[in-house]
Design a protein around this ligand. Structure first.
Ligand code: 6R9
Length: 668
């Protein structure tokens, strides 16, 4: 393996940046398949064209959409860091995502193949979607929702969730989607912050073979005493069919109110900067931030990136993004990007292991999925389950594979390529954030020769840099902080109701240079390609060396005995921090005692002695957020023998008890 050949010890005493440059030399390259390159939506010349005239390039991308009135100015950055894109332009997002496809003769094309977890199925064409969105828009209007009013959406992954979002967009009512597995308290604080007028929810949904009730949580969030007071109506979709508590006057069945509406609705045009949605992101500390996105710039970038990065051909592709609509990935790459591009897509309600561990691959096989977009956490789970699971299915329809959410370890990247893509499909590792709205750094599947584990380059039209603490670009081969040094169309327009926090969080760190600070560490390799190294808060400082958790984790999972790894820096009197690793073993590796030593030696070989974990703890599970990101903060609490911090965003809080009980309180 090239990574092993190239591994050499980091020289003792090297500076922080030199140390980073010695980590993880990746020699493997995968050129795009010739047929894909030949017919690719975006070619190599887009990089030069966009660099020569960035605003002209974005204006050209905006013309992908239907504008009721064209803009007067592409970008107004005079109020930086508050951007205005396509100033003076007017459009309707729902019209762009639905009606115009019907008008161009594609009403019979399937927009959504819905796959319920129990196996119930329903395909919704663009013409049907148009009628449903119109009815829902009329229903919201009947309930008193006007342009500018906020609507909270607390729904499972069913077609009505997509319809609800589009109906809000159609009438200019910004939605705030709250992940259905969030608690009543989390829902309440988000409704309060946005002062939402209507809440759209469901009776319940299917998860891991059982029926989960949702309406009681919604009720608790908006109850008369101690609940969110801004809600006037709760609109309830019938999904699970279970009995629900009911508050007459406030609660309305979705089917009752939509069925009596006309299935036509005139889409009004809105200003390019009209708010489209608020999406709360928790971050590591403090109260959730309501990230605000607006209309024209957002839709332009998600539409362009969805077409460029996944090479979508609307007449032949079947796209499947496995995220939940509660996350930005679901907003941009289930709803707005794909539908604006007239994609046919899969919408799946459930989990990957219900009724068995082959469910994802069965879905790919059944619908002939050609483009799959998922997360490293899912890929590592599939690795644990073994290659024999996907091997049982016909995955020959696949042609492009995507990854998002966390750095993808080279080992997981290779596994994805070989076992899912069967060595034929380019992998696009896409870096972006709730705040960026759309993909920023990613290979282009018909252009880029990819490297396992690297997100490669900023997309045409996007500018990013890796800088040192003073804001100077680092040379190739060195590490630093990722910044975005030019505004982009789908950038957040602020934090809802908190202008100062917006400035402080993203723009204060490099105020002199005017850079957006993403909060991620990154390095540029010898070719200038970008490797994401995880959140800056997670980067460790050992004897004066900056060491990224991502790289030590990648070294650990490159050992055949390790399925998943999470690494943290714990306070240490002599070295500042010491590296503590938590690993999940692949089946059949029981000789834990000798393994710890072997893994330490393996990391030392792969990266260098400085990166060797002081402690290695075998654990049954890792703490993850509900969107699949490892919560290193909690592992750090364990490693530093401290009471655990806030665990409310964990998928499964009992995981922490298991881990805490296992860690010996000694250093070695
Ligand atoms: C889209 C999304 C954003 C944070 C981001 C970074 C991490 C996302 C990544 C990645 C490395 C990738 N992240 N994609 N890190 N490589 N391809 O996940 O948005 O939930 O706001 O998270 O996720 O740390 O800063 P969000």
């Amino acid at each position: 393996m090239a990574a092993e050949e190239a591994a050499s010890g980091a020289p003792e005493g090297a500076g922080a940046q030199e140390t980073l440059s010695n980590l993880l030399h990746e020699g493997r390259r995968f050129a795009p398949p010739a047929a894909l390159a030949e017919a690719a939506n975006v070619r190599a010349d887009a990089y030069q064209a966009s660099a020569a005239d960035r605003l002209g390039f974005w204006a050209e991308q905006a013309r992908r959409l239907h504008w009721d009135r064209e803009w007067d100015q592409v970008l107004d950055w005079s109020g930086a860091p508050f951007a205005r894109w396509f100033v003076g332009g007017r459009l309707n997002v729902a019209y762009n995502c639905v009606d115009r496809h019907v008008e161009s003769g594609h009403g019979d094309q399937v927009a959504l193949h819905f796959e319920g977890e129990p196996g119930d199925r329903r395909s919704v064409t663009y013409a049907e979607l148009q009628r449903e969105v119109c009815r829902a828009a009329n229903a919201l209007t009947e309930l008193g929702v006007r342009a500018g009013d906020r609507v909270a959406i607390y729904m499972p992954m069913i077609p009505e969730a997509v319809v609800a979002m589009l109906a809000c967009a159609r009438i200019g009512a910004p939605h705030s989607v709250v992940f259905a597995a969030f608690s009543p308290g989390a829902l309440r604080s988000r409704i309060d912050d946005a002062q939402a007028k209507v809440l759209i929810t469901a009776d319940g949904y299917h998860r891991r073979g059982s029926v989960v009730a949702l309406k009681p949580n919604a009720d608790e969030a908006v109850q008369a005493e101690g609940g969110a007071q801004s809600i006037e109506h709760v609109l309830v979709v019938r999904r699970s069919g279970q009995e629900v508590p009911w508050t007459t006057g406030r609660d309305v069945w979705w089917h009752e109110v939509t069925e009596r509406q006309p299935d036509q609705h005139k889409a009004e045009s809105f200003d390019s900067e009209h708010p489209l949605f608020i999406l709360y992101t928790s971050g590591t500390t403090g109260k959730p931030k309501g990230i605000l996105h607006t209309t024209g710039g957002y839709l332009t970038q998600v539409s362009y990136t969805h077409s460029a990065v996944f090479d979508l051909k609307p007449d032949s592709d079947v796209f499947w993004c496995t995220a939940d609509i509660g996350w930005v990935t679901g907003h941009s790459y289930i709803v707005y990007g794909p539908l604006s591009n007239r994609a046919t897509e899969v919408l799946y309600e459930g989990t990957p292991d219900t009724p068995n561990q082959g469910r994802f691959w069965e879905n790919v096989d059944r619908y002939g999925v050609t483009i799959l977009y998922t997360a490293p956490t899912a890929i590592r789970t599939f690795m644990k389950w073994g290659t024999e699971v996907p091997a049982r299915y016909d995955l020959s329809s696949l042609r492009v594979l995507g990854s998002v959410g966390e750095p993808i370890n080279p080992e997981a990247w290779m596994w994805y390529r070989e076992n899912i893509g069967r060595g034929r499909c380019p992998i696009v590792d896409t870096w972006w954030q709730t705040e960026t709205g759309g993909i920023m750094i990613s290979p282009l599947p018909g252009v880029t020769s990819t490297k396992p584990g690297s997100a490669m380059r900023p997309l045409p039209g996007i500018s990013a840099e890796v800088v040192d603490v003073d804001g100077n670009p680092v040379p190739n081969g060195a590490g630093g902080l990722l910044v975005l040094d030019q505004p982009w169309p789908s950038m957040l327009r602020g934090i809802w109701g908190d202008e100062e926090r917006y400035r402080q969080t993203y723009w204060a760190r490099f105020a002199d240079q005017g850079y957006y600070f993403a909060g991620d560490g990154a390095k540029k390799d010898e070719d200038g390609d970008i490797w994401l190294l995880g959140r800056v808060d997670d980067i460790m400082l050992v004897s004066g060396h900056n060491i990224s958790t991502t790289e030590v984790e990648s070294a650990l999972v490159s050992h055949p005995a390790v399925a998943e790894a999470a690494v943290v820096g714990a306070v240490d009197e002599t070295t500042g921090q010491r590296i503590v690793a938590f690993v999940i073993l692949r089946g059949g590796n029981e000789e834990v005692a000798t393994l710890a030593e072997e893994l330490k030696a393996h990391v030392a070989r792969e990266i260098g002695p400085i990166a060797k974990p002081r402690q290695i703890q075998v654990v049954p599970e890792l703490p993850k957020t509900r969107s699949g990101k490892i919560m290193r903060r909690l592992l750090k609490d364990v490693a530093e023998d401290r009471a655990l911090g806030d665990t409310t965003t964990l998928t499964d809080a009992s995981v922490m008890e298991l881990i805490s009980s296992k860690l010996p309180h000694a250093t070695d």
